[in-house]
Design a protein around this ligand. Structure first.
Ligand SMILES: NC(=O)c1ccc[n+]([C@@H]2O[C@H](COP(=O)([O-])OP(=O)(O)OC[C@H]3O[C@@H](n4cnc5c(N)ncnc54)[C@H](O)[C@@H]3O)[C@@H](O)[C@H]2O)c1
Length: 247
């Protein structure tokens, strides 16, 4: 029960890393507001987990960051942990990237998470040991063809998280980001199931010779959310099985 009596928000929680994290946080004693888009089976995903409440919302719509934070505080009377996990992939060569794709990628992956943090700050101050955990990517530091918008969004997450860590430390709030490697989730499974050889390449590239599972990230998030992570702030935690060790 490492999160006993804590209240958390986890976005992008109908699937993958967010779903696993919401359920692990609940198992460890937290009450959790799980957020995801309408039509993604969010309530169904958590129906066996009493401590998980659900809210269907597009995090990019006007007023959504405030609604999400207000809903959590209304449900739980407090807010201790914010996990900005919702995200989208984005693949287009720079020379043909549309303005629409660029804007959408940054809106979901970067701008909405920042404003969810901003709305949460007063409540994280009040609880005396607030935790911000933002999900970036190893692509915050690396890159590949077609990833200019995705890399920009994730490098942005790393940058604003470090800044919040600096600004909020005096309130005993920590702010960290996770850098997942190749993880089997709703984002990657469609491609990997259609082309198993691609999944195999990613698995073999990692030092541990396997793909990551959502639970691998949930456990890292739990460390940062719990008292064990109290002196870790402004840190980017790579959770990639050693994928990025080789240059
Ligand atoms: N899977 C990987 O290999 C990998 C690697 C690095 C980083 N990540 C990051 O991990 C995070 C979680 O992704 P995942 O891999 O679990 O994928 P996923 O697709 O299984 O989960 C992402 C969830 O975010 C939700 N979402 C997307 N846009 C949203 C919006 N506007 N409002 C609310 N919810 C929205 C989706 O509906 C989905 O349920 C993302 O930020 C992603 O960029 C994933």
């Amino acid at each position: 029960m490492r999160l006993k009596d804590k209240a958390a928000i986890v976005t992008g929680a109908a699937s993958g890393i967010g779903r696993a994290t919401a359920q692990l946080f609940a198992k460890e004693g937290a009450r959790v507001l799980a957020v995801d888009l309408p039509g993604k089976g969010l309530a169904d995903a958590h129906k066996a987990h009493e401590a998980v409440a659900t809210l269907e919302a597009d995090i990019t719509t006007d007023g959504a960051p405030k609604t999400i934070v207000d809903t959590a505080v209304k449900h739980f009377g407090r807010l201790d942990i914010v996990m900005n996990n919702a995200g989208i992939g984005s693949n287009a060569l720079g020379e043909v990237m549309s303005r629409e794709q660029w804007d959408r990628t940054l809106a979901v992956n970067l701008t909405a998470p920042f404003f969810i943090c901003q709305n949460a700050i007063p409540h994280l101050r009040d609880c005396g040991a607030g935790r911000i955990i933002n999900v970036a990517s190893v692509m915050a530091e690396g890159t590949d063809y077609g990833l200019s918008a995705y890399c920009a969004s994730k490098a942005g997450v790393a940058g604003f998280t470090r800044t919040l860590a600096l600004e909020l430390g005096k309130f005993a709030i920590t702010a960290n980001y996770l850098m997942p490697g190749a993880i089997k989730t709703g984002m990657t499974s469609p491609l990997w199931e259609a082309r198993p050889e691609v999944a195999d390449i990613w698995a073999k590239k990692s030092a541990l010779r396997r793909l990551g599972q959502p639970e691998d990230l949930a456990k890292a998030a739990l460390f940062l959310a719990s008292a064990d992570g109290a002196f870790v702030t402004g840190h980017g935690l790579t959770v990639d099985g050693g994928l990025m060790l080789r240059v």
